[in-house]
Design a protein around this ligand. Structure first.
Ligand code: NAD
Ligand code: ZN
Length: 371
């Protein structure tokens, strides 16, 4: 099981959002072990009140990077400037990173100061990149306010921005000095964002975190964070083992890139991951890596999170395959992350006809037209 977890009492000072820690609830601390770049992730109701303890002692000033629609205020205990960045993924750009850095310049942020991101994965990715670039590397602490950012994006030090040519094509590995996953901040999260986070959580069921269903939310987040921490500690720069975190993501990225609608709106990342998990299971079954019971398990986990494993219409299998090839992780032939006798692992050399057959099976099974 994932690395050690320490508990801290919940009575850690005032809170910035919500009504205070629930009685008896406690803030947990999960370490991410990376030698001299190790840090703690605080998880639980009211965890944001522990923010100050995660800031580097050298910091004399903070810049908070957030968005208008994130209703979370933080107390850094330092002179603080708040920068609000645009809401849309279309503006997850180098231009936005530049505008953050210009704001850092305007307020005189030094290399020993700190950037604090407060938001979902879009904010933590962009603020992380701005911090990585500012004076060639300034400390950043992430306050993750979406479920997806708490269980995934804010942990592990991948920062990035999109180019018109593709998502997350520019970025850096820049570990935060600490991360806060205050579960109280999720109270205001729209249902679509909950669904998205649950899709990412469903992934963990197949990469070593079984039995999440029914546990208290804090415990679920703690276990996902601990697993991610364990994977990142073993392979910080995605030389191999970290690939397991991309389980379900090959098709998910294609669905997102194709802008495919789930229901009447574009799919959120985790919703696409949910479909991608079932696709990966079916592909693994076709390749003789797993049996049909294991495929059914994938479908059951996805539906237990209230998510659909339905391949939405709108893009023919051949089009989705094309998007998979465009994904930055495809080098020549497609690499999939697939379940198998020794668990989830990267599998190279999957043939196009197998991929197409599974996509067609998923599309036709649901009575959709396949062009
Ligand atoms: N670095 C990584 O390892 C990693 C991993 C997964 C995803 N990502 C990135 O994360 C991004 C997606 O992140 P996301 O799913 O968190 O979406 P997001 O950051 O776009 O947030 C979704 C929406 O929720 C709003 N919001 C955030 N917190 C809120 C709160 N507490 N209450 C109400 N509204 C709130 C945001 O303003 C936004 O409108 C993508 O850009 C993706 O590339 C990065
Ligand atoms: Zn993901």
């Amino acid at each position: 099981m994932p690395g050690e977890m320490r508990s801290r009492g919940a009575a850690v000072g005032g809170r910035a959002a919500g009504d205070g820690p629930a009685a008896g609830a406690e803030v947990r601390s999960v370490p991410v072990k990376l030698g001299d770049r190790s840090y703690d992730v605080l998880v639980g109701p009211g965890a944001v009140s522990g923010l100050h303890g995660l800031l580097p002692a050298s910091a004399r000033r903070a810049v908070v990077v957030t968005q208008e629609s994130v209703p979370v205020e933080v107390e850094t205990g330092l002179p603080t400037t708040v920068v609000r960045i645009p809401e849309s993924e279309a503006q997850k750009s180098l231009a936005t990173v530049e505008s953050c850095c210009r704001e850092f310049a305007r307020v005189g942020l030094t290399r020993s100061d700190v950037v604090v991101s407060v938001g979902g994965g879009l904010v933590t990715d962009l603020a992380g990149l701005a911090a990585a670039l500012w004076h060639r590397g300034t400390a950043v602490v992430h306050v993750a306010t979406t479920l997806l950012a708490q269980v995934d994006a804010a942990i592990g030090g991948k920062a990035g921005a999109n180019l018109p040519e593709g998502k997350n094509l520019v970025g850096a590995f820049w570990q935060p000095s600490g991360v806060v996953c205050d579960t109280d901040t999720l109270r205001t999260l729209p249902e679509a964002e909950w669904r998205s986070g649950r899709g990412e959580m469903a992934k963990y069921a197949f990469i070593g975190v079984e039995g999440l269903a029914g546990l208290p939310l804090t415990e679920q987040v703690v276990r996902c964070v601990a697993r991610k921490a364990e994977v990142v500690s073993a392979d910080e720069r995605e030389a191999g083992a970290r690939m397991v975190l991309n389980y379900g993501h090959t098709l998910a990225h294609a669905l997102e890139a194709a802008g495919i609608a789930g229901g009447d709106r574009p799919m959120r990342h985790g919703e696409a991951v949910a479909v991608g998990l079932v696709f990966a299971a079916r592909l693994a079954f076709r390749l003789g890596r797993i049996d049909d019971e294991r495929v059914a398990e994938h479908e059951a986990v996805v539906s237990s999170y209230g998510l659909s494993s339905r391949l939405p219409g709108g893009e023919a299998p051949a089009g989705l395959l094309e998007y998979m090839y465009r994904d930055k992780k495809a080098r020549g032939r497609l690499t999939f992350v697939l379940d198998g006798p020794s668990g989830v692992e990267a599998v190279t050399g999957v043939e196009d006809p197998d991929v197409l057959a599974v996509l067609e099976e998923m599309a036709s099974k649901l009575g959709q037209e396949v062009a």
